[in-house]
Ligand binder design. Structure first.
Ligand code: COA
Length: 240
């Protein structure tokens, strides 16, 4: 897959790498990027060869500085936006990805940048990563799932702290609050993420997919229902 304007898609053996590629605009998320990510994620989801997908940002300064504020002012009507979302819901697609997703985060990780990272299963950050949800200061809600994914990862108080104040977190604060799994020197960020992807890819893909499914789906179930789900997924592995 090639010919994209806002993302780079590379597949090496069983690892897919998606680079958000608008470094001149700090990889701000625009409509084109939404459409291209939708295409790339759909292809990855259908590709059994891909065992892990890795997300990164191009350039030195940012993983993604949030929604494209220049395009924001030219947004179509609310009705149109709702229609587009119903036929091309990138955020539900992220949520439905069977393969583990890893985010390699550096520089600004703002707005939809955080929201993309929160759809990933593992987050590795460079020490210069800065996390924030500036939406409230712009008079909008984070609408790429942030109000739902953030409390599931940070807990209620950490999520409300970020959402209501728009304050920025350093990489150290982000790891203390459980938003990132590890901090590694900037020059080792991609290698560390790639090593992790290869380690996960070396395991039985059905076991990995089912483990992810058990945890992600289980989050929305009662413990009793979750135990049933776990049993069914474990049985599928035993039967295979
Ligand atoms: N949308 C569109 N363009 C953006 C952008 C965004 N969210 N964030 C940065 N850019 C562009 C800038 O307009 C600038 O482009 P230009 O060189 O053509 O003027 C370029 O990226 C570099 O940004 P700049 O502001 O010069 O870098 P900085 O280091 O001084 O500041 C930020 C970095 C992230 C603090 C600042 O760019 C910013 O506050 N961006 C907006 C963040 C935001 O509110 N996102 C929306 C969340 S909903």
């Amino acid at each position: 897959m090639s010919g994209f304007e806002t993302v780079i898609y590379e597949k090496t053996e069983s690892i897919a790498c998606i680079t958000l590629n608008r470094p001149h605009a700090l990889n701000a998320f625009n409509v084109r990027m939404r459409d291209e990510l939708y295409e790339v994620l759909s292809a990855i989801k259908a590709d059994d060869e891909v065992r892990v997908a890795l997300f990164r940002g191009a350039g030195d300064k940012a993983f993604c500085a949030g929604a494209d504020l220049k395009e924001f002012l030219t947004a179509p009507s609310v009705v149109k936006a709702r229609q587009i979302r119903s036929i091309r819901d990138l955020w539900r697609l992220f949520l439905s990805m069977p393969q583990p997703l890893i985010a390699a985060l550096h520089g600004y990780v703002l707005g939809s940048g955080i929201e993309i990272a929160l759809y990933c299963d593992l987050r590795i950050a460079a020490p210069d990563a800065v996390f924030g949800l500036p939406e409230v200061s712009l008079g909008i809600l984070p609408a790429a799932g942030g109000t739902q994914t953030l409390p599931r990862i940070l807990g209620l108080s950490g999520a409300l702290d970020m959402l209501l104040t728009g304050r920025r977190l350093s990489a150290q604060e982000a790891i203390n609050m459980g938003m990132v799994n590890q901090i590694v020197p900037r020059e080792k960020l991609l290698q560390t993420a790639d090593d992790l992807a290869h380690k996960i890819a070396s395991f039985d893909p059905l076991v990995i997919r089912n483990a992810k499914q058990a945890v992600i789906k289980g989050m929305d179930l009662t413990l009793d229902q979750g135990l049933d789900l776990e049993w069914r997924l474990a049985a599928k592995i035993r039967e295979s």
